[in-house]
Design a protein around this ligand. Structure first.
Ligand SMILES: Cc1cc2nc3c(=O)[nH]c(=O)nc-3n(C[C@H](O)[C@H](O)[C@H](O)COP(=O)(O)OP(=O)(O)OC[C@H]3O[C@@H](n4cnc5c(N)ncnc54)[C@H](O)[C@@H]3O)c2cc1C
Length: 389
């Protein structure tokens, strides 16, 4: 009888696992709350109108048809691994031989966060930010504050890269429109050296960009709360802004926090090196849903979610053939990003042995754009995976 793998979540991790397991001949069911995969890394260009919303979406039904994946578009309501059962929002239930959890993460909710907008939450928020930005541009002036927070319960759940990219891209857009003198751009974060996990060189390079571009910094100031058009800091100071783009730190997914599966203090699922959830040999967690183990600077990223998905798929293959799982994700932990600033980018790589930063004026921007096309073509099976991706 065919082995049935149930995958929860159709993002970076879930989609990669589904494709890999179908190539290995498993019966695969993919459950996603939405009918498209959202390509977060290129969504930074939706607010600046560099791309349309649809360009950052990859329809899941085309991929499901191509690979023979059974796709169910319906939110997961609960996971009960002790019963081997997953319940969906419509009340239907699914069983599995192997389960892969790839549902991403939720966000912490600092006081007053409803007065901010985030590029890292629900995809549609990118369109709301675009409208707010359009409004300020037609007014011809404004104050824009961009920031991100940390989660002391899991420092790997911070997402600062897109905040830096967002502020640099807005700077470039305003410069092109000749409006820079009428706008005030400020970046804020509670940690004294936000972005330091990218490595010393990358951090210093970013600081020099801030100085060169005239973007104000409020680093190392704990955030007390957000109010309408203001960030209030614990030291009593405040930052007024017409648009606040704030990326709250990640937190465990609310459905998984109720699942009874073992988790760390922040609600991320505890896994071993093979991506198996501790105490559950046939349940795997990959990507942002999982608690990562590894170097202090580790971060939840899309490329790592894909590595973990392939690790989980390989281990399911081994287990289903009566072998011990052999693949591990920890040796692959690295930070890899092409940090875009509108008219160029910087290639940043960090692993256990080295940290590299390479400024790529002009060409870096187009490389990142090309990566977005490549990702879609690769997932659609039209081009093979590039080595090292
Ligand atoms: C703006 C931005 C820019 C980024 N840039 C980069 C970058 O340049 N490089 C990089 O490596 N990483 C980047 N990242 C991080 C990267 O996008 C994430 O690490 C990656 O998406 C994690 O993959 P995942 O599969 O774990 O989660 P996701 O990709 O978030 O997928 C989770 C999936 O689960 C689904 N889901 C959630 N809840 C349910 C439910 N109840 N029922 C059913 N389905 C559900 C969601 O709809 C989604 O499809 C960026 C992130 C953001 C937000």
């Amino acid at each position: 009888m065919a082995v049935n793998v149930l995958i929860l979540g159709g993002g970076f991790g879930g989609l990669t696992a589904a494709i890999q397991l179908r190539k290995q001949g498993f019966d695969v069911t993919l459950v996603s709350e939405r009918d498209y995969a959202y390509i977060y890394p290129i969504s930074i260009w939706i607010p600046t109108r560099e791309i349309e919303f649809k360009d950052a979406c990859l329809p899941l039904d085309d991929i499901a048809r191509r690979y023979g994946i059974k796709l169910i578009v319906n939110p997961v309501a609960s996971v009960d691994a002790s019963m081997g059962r997953v319940e969906l929002a419509d009340g239907s239930a699914l069983a599995y031989d192997y389960l892969i959890i790839a549902m991403g993460a939720d966000k912490t909710r600092p006081k007053g966060v409803e007065h901010t907008s985030s590029i890292c939450g629900r995809p549609e928020a990118a369109k709301d930010i675009r409208e707010q930005l359009d409004g300020l541009i037609s007014r011809g002036a404004g104050r824009i504050a961009v920031g991100f927070g940390g989660n002391p319960k899991d420092p790997s759940a911070v997402r600062g890269g897109p905040a830096f990219e967002f502020v640099f891209n807005i700077h470039y857009l305003l410069k092109k429109k000749g409006l820079l003198d009428n706008f005030k751009l400020t970046m804020f974060a509670p940690m004294p050296q936000p972005g330091i996990r990218l490595g010393e060189k990358a951090y210093n390079m970013m600081l020099s960009w801030f100085d060169r571009l005239g973007i104000e910094r409020r680093f190392g100031k704990k955030i007390k709360e957000f109010q309408e058009q203001a960030v209030i800091f614990e030291d009593g100071s405040e930052l007024g802004a017409d648009l606040i783009m704030f990326i709250a730190a990640g937190n465990g997914h609310k459905v998984l926090m109720r699942s009874g599966l073992p988790q760390n203090e922040a609600g991320f699922l505890l896994i071993n090196d093979h991506c198996q959830v501790k105490g559950h040999d046939n349940v795997f967690a990959v990507g942002d849903s999982a608690a990562l183990d590894g170097p202090k600077w580790r971060a939840k990223q899309g490329h790592l979610a894909e590595v973990m998905a392939r690790v989980a798929a390989d281990n399911i293959k081994d287990l289903s053939r009566g072998r011990k799982p052999a693949a591990g994700y920890q040796k692959h932990i690295s930070i890899l990003c092409v940090m875009d600033f509108g008219n160029g980018a910087a290639y940043v790589h960090r692993d256990d042995n080295s940290s590299t930063v390479r400024p790529l004026p002009v060409v870096g921007h187009w490389l990142k754009k090309a990566w977005g096309h490549y990702w879609k073509l690769n997932k659609n099976g039209r081009v093979p995976r590039l080595p090292g991706t």
